[in-house]
Design a protein around this ligand. Structure first.
Ligand code: G1P
Length: 291
């Protein structure tokens, strides 16, 4: 019988150098998008998709992230005493979202290495990988969309989007052909991590959402260090292609790179505009700016 996707791995060991100086002390996953740390968007997406167990692959200096998803006794007790019910709800909700486990990635040796660190905690079942920097605004959670594909095809699924021009070099890029019955699906034949623009096999860039079969652990264990001297998840998935099918899936929704200063600005404006409590006020403010 096929296994359900119950676990999501969040690689969160990176140094966040793209966001210095804000990330000198604060983990980049804790940067606030409007009023929530970016990692909470990913965890909420996972939970809304049916994920029950969340695994954070952390590293040095990431303690704030662990505290965020734990019970904050002093805060909750104070809010309770002062009768601040709504705020208490907000605080309690975070600590009760999902079952959370942590594993440390002792050295930042790449995304593939981070995923491999979660091997024992995941076990022999399919699982999701969510990169917290990639915040996705979608009508149906991106991971839920990908689970539909996994359940139908029983194979690994990688989220993709079309990237025009030289910026494709910042991504893993798929080679493959569109599926005959579903135009959002690509039947992968290959993939390359951060290719030169002239060498990119397509315009289909891998975005930070994956559903992987447990076979990935075995291929990662025998994959060497690749682009940037790191153990690349893309290279591990490429090795998996030798024995299993892998699909690219053009998800429905918009992705923001919140680990990047400009991406965070875009996400902040767009997410703020969607928020009822200041949507209209913020819209009026933007309209009146002298630009
Ligand atoms: C990682 C992956 C890359 C993927 C990207 C999506 O790269 O290695 O394949 O396209 O995430 O955000 P990073 O952005 O960590 O360098």
């Amino acid at each position: 019988m096929s296994k359900r996707v119950r676990t999501a791995v969040f690689p969160a060991g990176g140094l966040g150098t793209r966001f210095l100086p804000a990330t000198k002390v604060i983990p980049k996953e804790m940067l606030a998008l409007v009023d929530k740390p970016i990692i909470q968007y990913g965890v909420e997406e996972a939970v809304a998709s049916g994920i029950e167990h969340v695994i954070f692959v952390t590293g040095r200096g990431k303690g704030a992230m662990e505290d965020h998803f734990d019970v904050s006794f002093e805060l909750d007790a104070t809010l309770e005493r002062k009768g601040k019910r709504e705020l208490l709800e907000i605080s309690r909700k975070v600590s009760s979202l999902a079952r959370v486990s942590y594993v440390r990635q002792k050295e930042p040796m790449g995304l593939g290495h981070a995923v491999l660190c979660a091997k024992q905690l995941v076990g022999d079942e399919p699982f999701a990988v969510i990169l917290p920097d990639d915040v996705i605004d979608a009508p149906r959670p991106c991971i839920a969309q990908m689970m539909d594909v996994y359940n139908e095809r029983q194979a690994s699924v990688l989220a993709t989007m079309t990237i025009e021009g030289p910026s494709i070099s910042a991504y893993g890029v798929l080679a493959g052909a569109q599926d005959a019955t579903n135009e959002r699906l690509y039947d992968c034949t290959g993939m390359v991590e951060k290719p030169k623009f002239e060498e990119a096999p397509s315009k289909q860039a891998i975005i930070g959402r994956y559903i992987l079969t447990p076979g990935i652990f075995e291929t990662l264990e025998r994959t060497g260090f690749g682009a940037g001297g790191e153990l690349q998840l893309t290279d591990g998935i490429l090795a998996l292609l030798a024995t299993e099918k892998v699909y690219g899936y053009t998800f429905e929704g918009r992705r923001f790179d919140a680990g990047d200063k400009f991406g965070m600005l875009q996400a902040t404006v767009e997410f703020a505009l969607k928020r009822e409590e200041f949507g209209e006020r913020f819209r009026a403010y933007l309209r009146n700016l002298p630009i």
